[in-house]
Design a binder for this molecule. Structure first.
Ligand SMILES: Nc1nc2c(c(=O)[nH]1)N[C@H]1C(S)=C(S)[C@@H](COP(=O)(O)O)O[C@H]1N2
Ligand SMILES: [Mo]
Length: 416
């Protein structure tokens, strides 16, 4: 791979300047029926919506938070009581003591961290651990049940394995459960879990489960689950527990995630999938349409995004798939990353060159686009799908939507 042009694709600037160049070179061929060969191409395509920045501001993520009241609405004394300020935050780590017929030998650890004996981990201690073990990377937050990414952040924190090493010897541990502040009402408990080795044995080049304390270069705000949030890089959002306060090691072998109770697959990793932005309902004839969307690179990576444009007012339209353009990596990561954070420090980047090892980065998202030109008047349906590195086109190989919302999306519009 030549370092100069590792990924010869659409740059962010090209995206913004959606004008004549794109329109003229439009791959739009989408091929089929409805195109009037001689229709003029004007310089300004109708854009669905402009591409987003690679980093979503902390308060612009779509929010998925249970609880009454939701923890991030707490104020003043209630916030202190909840231990959700940087000074009051504590993390307890203990062994599961709940009687359970499925367990022969209860799990144990030699150094529990508890509020009762004053050993619970506080934020200064976690930050200190970070001086030695900090990890940083870009991750898309994606709810298993919502067909649109929630946002993407630069997350920084300490691998869970390093935190568990503070607890001495672990015995009979098969899984690790964890939850956040939830108002002391058991009905509001929102818990997630990992296997022991997912927590402890990060494979080379892979991303660890970690306790995040910074988002986009700032302390994680309350609204995004601060002061400390668990971040599980390879998983859907429900494993990334906000307002983290308790970790329990257990001999129970079951994935005891609250999310599993609603028929969700608790072990389904982030799914490679493309999502479509909205299109204007009506487009004047002769004006190209600039279709955009987001694509997440999940467990199986991303080969390409494809779209198909068909006449929805004609029966004959055969589905034909055309490759869409992917947003290129930024030419200069300093324009994207917060001050003091360098690309070569991020997991998933080459530490020598500061270039991303894959594009899109694993578990992150970028924009895609397609210019649809010379469309004859009529009704159209646009579809888009991601093809993973194994050649599976969305929603394959995961057609069951309770394992990750990635149905083939369609947007209809009319050229008038
Ligand atoms: N404590 C707690 N953590 C939580 C949740 C919750 O309700 N409570 N929701 C989870 C779910 S289902 C998702 S999709 C993500 C959403 O993260 P966001 O609100 O930062 O976008 O948070 C996860 N972490
Ligand atoms: Mo979710």
């Amino acid at each position: 791979m030549k370092p100069s042009t590792p990924f010869p694709r659409l740059t962010r600037r090209d995206f913004v300047r959606t004008g004549s160049v794109l329109a003229a070179t439009a791959v739009a061929s989408a091929a089929n029926s409805g195109r009037a060969a001689d229709a003029p191409v004007t310089a300004n395509p109708v854009a669905a919506s402009p591409p987003r920045p690679l980093l979503t501001p902390a308060d612009k993520f779509r929010d998925v938070s249970r609880g009454k009241p939701v923890p991030h609405t707490l104020k003043g004394e209630a916030l202190l009581q909840a231990r959700l300020t940087p000074e009051t935050w504590r993390l307890e780590i203990a062994a599961d003591a709940t009687p359970n017929p499925a367990i022969k030998d209860q799990a144990g650890l030699t150094q529990p961290l508890t509020l009762a004996d004053g050993t619970a981990l506080d934020l200064p201690a976690l930050l200190k651990l970070g001086q030695q073990h900090e990890v940083k990377f870009l991750k898309a937050m994606q709810c298993l049940n919502i067909p649109a990414p929630l946002g993407q952040g630069l997350w920084e924190g300490v691998p869970l394995r390093e935190v568990l090493r503070l607890c001495g010897q672990l015995r009979n541990v098969r899984r690790i459960y964890y939850w956040g502040f939830h108002n002391h009402d058991p009905k509001q408990l929102f818990q997630a879990s990992l296997t022991y080795s997912q927590a402890m044995e990060t494979p080379p080049g892979e991303l660890p489960a970690f306790l995040a304390y910074r988002l986009n270069g700032e302390p994680i705000p309350l609204v995004r689950g601060g002061p400390v949030r668990m971040v599980i890089p390879w998983a859907h959002g429900f494993k990334s527990i906000k307002w983290l306060q308790r970790i329990v090691v257990t001999n129970d072998y079951k994935a005891n995630d609250t999310y599993a109770e609603q028929n969700n697959d608790p072990e389904a990793p982030l799914k490679t999938a493309a999502y479509l932005d909205n299109l204007p309902a009506k487009v004047p004839a002769g004006q190209p349409v600039f279709a955009t969307g987001l694509v997440i690179s999940g467990l199986s990576g991303l080969k390409r995004v494809e779209y198909s444009l068909s006449r929805s007012d004609a029966k004959d339209a055969a589905e034909q798939w055309t490759e869409a353009q992917l947003e290129a990596p930024p030419a200069d990561w300093r324009t994207v990353l917060p001050a003091g954070v360098f690309a070569r420090q991020l997991l998933g980047f080459n530490p020598q060159t500061g270039q991303p090892a894959t594009w899109p980065l694993r578990y992150s998202m970028i924009s895609w686009s397609a210019t649809l030109a010379r469309l004859a008047p009529g009704k159209y349906a646009l579809r888009a799908r991601a093809v993973d590195l194994n050649g599976f086109a969305q929603p394959e190989p995961r057609p069951v939507q309770k394992a990750g919302r990635n149905a083939l999306e369609v947007r209809e519009f009319e050229v008038v």
